[in-house]
Design a protein around this ligand. Structure first.
Ligand code: SF4
Length: 358
C-alpha cells in the first residue's frame, strides 16, 4: 500500500525551502543556463555522477562552446572529448542531434516536448529537464534519482522498470511539480536524490520531507526501490592484440560507427582459436617476433561481461600491406594527445611502459 495522503505542494514546498540553503547553485551548466549547456549536461548526467561530469563538461564546452561548433566537429573530435565517460551512443546521438538542430531548426532548440523527444538520445525525462531548466516550462522529470525518491517517499513497491510502476511514478512526478519555480524545483529534486536520498546510506535525518516519507516511517528504506529481477548475464571472451612495431608504435583499429565502442579507436581482436602468426600475416602482413601475455581482466557492460586477455606482440612490419587510413592507425603511445579510446584499451596501453623488456 503506498502513501497518497499528501497534498501536491507539501512535498515541493519543503523541497524548495531545503534547496535554497542546501542545493547546488554553482554547477557549470547553470552559468549561463543556455539550452545547449543544459542539454549537454543532461546527456552527460545520464548514467554518470555530477562530480565526474563537471570535468568532462568543462573540457567539452571549452572545445565546442556553441551548438554550431559541435555540429561542425568531426566524429573523431567528439569521441575524443567523450572518451572515458562510457555509454558512447550518447556521444554519437549528441553529435547527430546538434547537426539536426542546426539544419532543421536554425540552430535553436525546439521548445515543444514532442519535437524534442524525436531527437536522438532525448527521452521524455531529458526533454522535460531541458524545457524546465532552459525555458522555465512546467514539466515533470523522472530520472533514476527521482524514481528512487518517489518510490521511497510514496512506498511504491515493484521494479521501476516495469510499465505499471513507471506510470505510477510519472503520476506522482507530475503531481509534485509546482506551477512556479520549476527551474529550482527540477534542480532540487535531482539534488535531493543525489545528495540525501542516495542509493546506500541515505541521510534521512537531514531530509526535508522525512515526516511524510513512507519508507522512513515504515523503516523500509533499504528495501526501496525494488531491485530488478535477477538474471545472469553472459560472459564473452576476447584477445586484444597490442601490435608494436620497431618504432614502438601500436596498431589501432577504428570501431564501426554503431555498436559497442562505436567510433572509438580500439585494439585489434582475435578469438582464442585463431593462429596468431597466420592471423597477423594475413590481416596486416606483420611477422611476430616476440609474444608476451598480459594479465586477463573483466570489463562489464550492462548486458554481458567481456573477459579480455591482452597479448603484447613485437612485430616486424615490412610495410607491404596497405591499410585504409580511416580504419587503421599506427599510434605513438608516448603521445599525450590520445584519440578516443575505450576504457579497457586505455588500461592496456597504460601498462605498455612496464613491458620494455619485450
Ligand atoms: S526520508 Fe530518507 S528515504 Fe525518505 S525521501 Fe528522505 S532521504 Fe529518502
Amino acid at each position: 500500500m503506498f502513501n497518497t495522503n499528501l497534498t501536491a505542494d507539501s512535498f515541493s514546498t519543503q523541497l524548495l525551502r531545503w534547496f535554497a540553503d542546501h542545493g547546488r547553485h554553482d554547477l557549470p551548466w547553470q552559468h549561463p543556463r543556455s539550452p545547449y549547456r543544459v542539454w549537454l549536461a543532461e546527456i552527460m548526467l545520464q548514467q554518470t555522477q555530477v562530480q565526474t561530469v563537471i570535468g568532462y563538461f568543462n573540457r567539452f564546452v571549452s572545445r565546442f562552446p556553441e551548438l554550431a561548433d559541435l555540429a561542425a566537429a568531426s566524429t573523431d573530435d567528439v569521441m575524443q572529448h567523450w572518451a572515458g565517460l562510457g555509454y558512447y551512443a550518447r556521444a554519437r546521438n549528441l553529435h547527430k542531434t546538434a547537426q539536426i538542430i542546426c539544419l532543421e531548426y536554425g540552430g535553436q532548440f525546439p521548445q515543444d516536448p514532442d519535437l524534442l523527444q524525436q531527437l536522438p538520445g532525448i527521452g521524455r525525462s531529458t526533454a522535460a529537464a531541458i524545457l524546465a531548466q532552459a525555458f522555465a516550462q512546467r514539466h515533470a522529470i523522472l530520472d533514476g534519482n527521482v524514481k528512487r525518491v518517489l518510490c521511497r517517499y510514496h512506498g511504491i513497491h515493484g521494479w521501476p522498470g516495469e510499465r505499471k510502476v513507471q506510470d505510477l511514478l510519472w503520476q506522482f512526478a507530475e503531481q509534485h511539480t509546482p506551477a512556479t519555480h520549476v527551474v529550482d524545483y527540477t534542480q532540487a529534486i535531482m539534488d535531493m536524490g543525489a545528495t540525501l536520498c542516495t542509493r546506500t546510506r541515505p541521510r534521512c535525518v537531514d531530509c526535508p520531507v522525512n515526516h511524510d516519507c513512507y519508507a522512513h516511517n515504515q523503516n523500509c528504506v533499504s528495501q526501496l526501490p525494488t531491485g530488478k529481477p535477477r538474471q545472469s548475464i553472459p560472459v564473452r571472451s576476447t584477445r586484444m592484440l597490442v601490435l608494436r612495431d620497431a618504432q614502438g608504435r601500436v596498431l589501432l583499429e577504428k570501431r564501426p560507427p554503431s555498436g559497442i565502442w562505436g567510433g572509438l579507436w580500439s585494439l585489434p581482436e582475435t578469438s582464442e582459436e585463431s593462429d596468431l602468426q597466420t592471423d597477423c600475416q594475413q590481416r596486416w602482413g606483420l611477422t611476430i617476433e616476440a609474444i608476451h601475455a598480459g594479465i586477463p581482466f573483466r570489463h562489464t557492460f550492462s548486458h554481458y561481461h567481456l573477459d579480455i586477455t591482452p597479448l603484447y606482440l613485437q612485430v616486424k612490419n615490412p610495410g607491404f600491406c596497405v591499410m585504409e587510413e580511416d580504419r587503421w592507425l599506427w599510434y605513438n603511445n608516448a603521445l599525450s594527445d590520445r584519440p578516443g579510446l575505450p576504457a579497457p584499451v586505455t588500461v592496456i596501453l597504460n601498462q605498455l611502459s612496464e613491458l620494455d623488456g619485450l
